[in-house]
Design a protein around this ligand. Structure first.
Ligand code: DUC
Ligand code: ZN
Ligand code: ZN
Length: 486
């Protein structure tokens, strides 16, 4: 009788700390053994010459969510997770998004109803808190945190979602008291709206003016404010989708002071520029996201920050809105002005291959840094580690088997999402996942999606470990405990 359900033989295995040669023995969806010359498997895969990394954890993506311009993401839970699997991602962390007046608990239930029957990879949820009423702060959030929803995103822009600084402080206080990570969309809403109104009044409505309305200083100001508010409450925060130099400088400064401020960046800030928003007609809409991509010099600054370790996670911020579709980016009509166009780009399938090709193979980052940025750090940050994000005995057997030499030209026809374009059309990369395993089962193998709708599993998240940091209150008064500290 075979010793394991599956043995992957002779692989080069990379984790966030080491790269080593080993066989991987898998039983009941878990990694049972790592070693040389393991016993037999009911199934065996010869991975000689191939590389194995942990299944990706994409901790920022939007699935079956409506944009602030009233447009639904093109992907449902099946197409988004199929696309994730084919690009090496085995766990996604989308958002359960509360709109004003809604009960968060009910919103979470609704997202579960959508996800359960369709997800083909594993998932956990972040909450988007847009209406922090006394009921939400005092009852719903604490109860949801206990139930494994231990991270929330808050917005400082978008009229429908944004919180005031005071509301933001209230949410930060709950995060510290009950143990949750707060993710922040850091852009100054009034600056953006003021600029946008003036641009539109001047007839400057094309997609490229989206970037003019949101210069880097808009992001710098909100990043600085986020850091200060989190410092006052003494709680960790993560700044999502950091686009470039000025926000990076703020995060570097906070980290140098020892504050628990984390950063996330995304493929669009390494591989797109503001020039992409200036394509003929309304084509630039395909590249519109917030914050917008900046210039080429800035791409290098983001690379440098990745190398320096400023960023904890590299996420896709997959926010897929179709282009040539009456329900897509130009729903408001072919002459839609930039404020009417949904912000977001797809990227769930290309996130890992892009960083592997341009980061690892171009010697900007090591293989272990790649694993940390695409899987391990997100699992740690959001309380999924070591179930997810690593290759270790006892962990879920979520694995990506790479052909590090495979040359691929990215084009929409090879994607597995529901989009009608990729912003990375025509880009050539080296290295691509040839197999992806979710809890020991193949979900992507030799060019075929082999997973199934409903094959993904929901995971509750533990308390994020960053919340265990010793206190560093900036004043003698602890505003969360409501008392002076000795
Ligand atoms: N923020 C996101 O996180 N995703 C898409 C659009 C946005 O503004
Ligand atoms: Zn955002
Ligand atoms: Zn997003």
């Amino acid at each position: 009788m075979a010793e394991y359900d599956l043995v992957i033989r002779g692989a080069r295995v990379a984790t966030a700390s080491d790269v080593f040669a080993a066989d991987i023995g898998i039983t009941d969806g878990k990694i049972e053994a790592l070693g040389r010359s393991l016993g037999s498997g009911a199934e065996e895969v010869d991975a000689t010459g191939l590389l194995v990394t942990p299944g990706g954890v994409d901790s920022h993506c939007h699935v079956e969510q409506i944009s602030s311009t009233g447009i639904w993401t093109a992907d449902d839970w099946f197409t988004a997770t199929r696309s994730a699997a084919c690009g090496g991602t085995t766990t996604i962390m989308p958002f359960a998004c509360q709109h004003k007046g809604q009960s968060l608990r009910k919103v979470v239930q609704e997202y579960h109803e959508l996800a359960g029957p369709k997800a083909a990879v594993d998932y956990a949820f972040h909450l988007i808190v847009s209406d922090p009423t006394a009921q939400v702060l005092g009852q719903e959030l604490p109860a949801l945190i206990k139930d494994g929803y231990t991270s929330f995103k808050i917005y400082l822009t978008y009229d429908a979602l944004k919180l005031s600084d005071r509301e933001f402080l209230d949410v930060l206080a709950v995060a510290r008291r009950d143990g949750a990570m707060v993710m922040v969309h850091a852009e100054n809403n009034d600056m953006i709206m003021w600029m946008a109104e003036r641009l539109i009044a001047a007839g400057l409505t094309a997609p490229k003016y989206h970037a003019t309305a949101r210069p880097m200083l808009v992001e710098r100001e909100a990043t600085h404010r986020t850091i200060a508010l989190a410092e006052l409450v003494d709680v960790p925060v993560l700044i999502v989708h950091v686009s470039g130099k000025e926000a990076i400088e703020q995060i570097r400064w906070a980290q140098s002071k020892g504050l628990k401020v984390y950063g996330e960046t995304c493929p669009q800030y390494l591989f797109l520029t503001e020039a992409d928003l200036d394509k003929p007609g309304r084509e630039g809409a395909k590249h519109m996201c917030s914050p917008p991509p900046r210039d080429e010099a800035n791409q290098e600054i983001v690379w440098d920050a990745l190398v320096e370790g400023i960023f904890e996670v590299f996420s896709s911020d997959h926010a897929p809105y179709r282009y040539d579709d009456p329900e897509g980016k130009l729903k408001a009509g072919p002459g839609a002005h930039f404020k009417q166009i949904a912000n977001g780009v797809p990227g769930i399938e290309v996130r890992m291959p892009l960083l592997f090709s341009e980061g690892v193979l171009k010697n900007r980052i090591s293989l272990s840094e790649f694993v940390a940025l695409t899987a391990t750090n997100a699992a740690k940050l959001y309380g999924l580690y070591p179930r997810k994000g690593t290759i270790a005995v006892g962990s879920d057997a979520d694995l990506v088997i790479w052909d590090a030499n495979k040359q691929v030209t990215i084009t929409q026809s090879i994607m597995h999402d529901a989009m009608d374009y990729t912003p990375y059309e025509g880009r050539k990369v080296t290295g691509w996942p040839v197999m992806t395993l979710l809890r020991g089962k193949f979900v992507w193998r030799d060019g075929e999606f082999t997973g199934e709708a409903g094959g993904g599993m929901f995971h509750e998240c533990d308390t994020p470990p960053a919340l265990a940091a010793p206190p560093r209150l900036p004043t003698a008064f602890d505003p969360v405990a409501g008392k002076l500290v000795e």
